[in-house]
Design a binder for this molecule. Structure first.
Ligand code: TYD
Length: 210
């Protein structure tokens, strides 16, 4: 039976993971792999609708637990409707963010607790974890400087949080790297996009050929 691979891309704002994902997908496809690219929150109609609520800058009154539950709800629908069917068809699924974003942003940076957020997410994912997670490693202030200089990118409700919040997100990811050392691989994202794509591609190929 063909086997799919579920590979997630993680990191703070401006780490370049979305551009890297597109670049890696192109390369994999040119090598003959069948690839599906998608993102969280979103990727399908219902989850994109939830995304609009989550990222709407006017929703300033949103409670942190409501936020965590909405991310988990978007994740559930996306997983059953898009990710799992693609994996069952033997595809490589490259997903921009997954549970680690909830653990770092809601669990650690919003102080809800990494363990608590892991628990509530089990209702959404039933222990279904990525085969490989690439963490795009960049100092938060450098990442934020990148998104602020990118005029084409509209800032969302989380982008506009203070630098201290983004530093906590970064610390949260460091904790996750220690907790899941065999799943999470770091990539130095301070480098040029071409190099970052090359490194990400190599890690994926190594994993697939394991
Ligand atoms: P997006 O514009 O896709 O940001 P990025 O390009 O940085 O991925 O917005 C997604 C935002 O949602 C981002 O700020 C991270 C946040 N997020 C969470 O806080 N928890 C989650 O579980 C997920 C999936 C995303």
């Amino acid at each position: 039976m063909v086997r799919g691979y579920f590979i997630t891309f993680e990191g703070g704002e401006g780490a370049g993971k979305t551009s890297a994902l597109t670049g890696v997908a192109d390369r994999l496809e040119r090598q003959g792999y069948s690839v599906v690219t998608t993102r969280e929150p979103g990727g399908i109609k219902i989850s994109e609708q939830i995304r609009n609520i989550l990222l709407d800058q006017s929703n300033t009154e949103m409670d942190a637990r409501t936020e965590a539950l909405l991310y988990a709800a978007a994740r559930r629908q996306h997983l059953v409707e898009k990710v799992k069917p693609a994996l069952e068809a033997g595809k490589i699924v490259l997903c921009d963010r997954f549970i680690d974003s909830s653990l770092a942003y809601q669990g650690y940076a919003r102080n809800l607790g990494i363990d608590q957020i892991y628990q509530i997410n089990q209702f959404a994912i039933d222990q279904f974890m990525p085969d490989l997670t690439l963490f795009f490693d960049i100092e938060p202030q450098n990442g934020l400087a990148r998104i602020r200089s990118n005029q084409a990118r509209e800032l969302n409700r989380l982008d506009v949080e203070a630098l201290s919040f983004h530093q906590k997100v970064y610390e949260g990811y460091q904790i996750l790297r220690q907790r899941f050392p065999s799943r999470i691989e770091a990539i130095d994202a301070e480098q040029s996009l071409v190099n970052v794509i090359q490194l990400a591609y190599e890690k994926i190929i190594l994993h697939i050929n394991e």
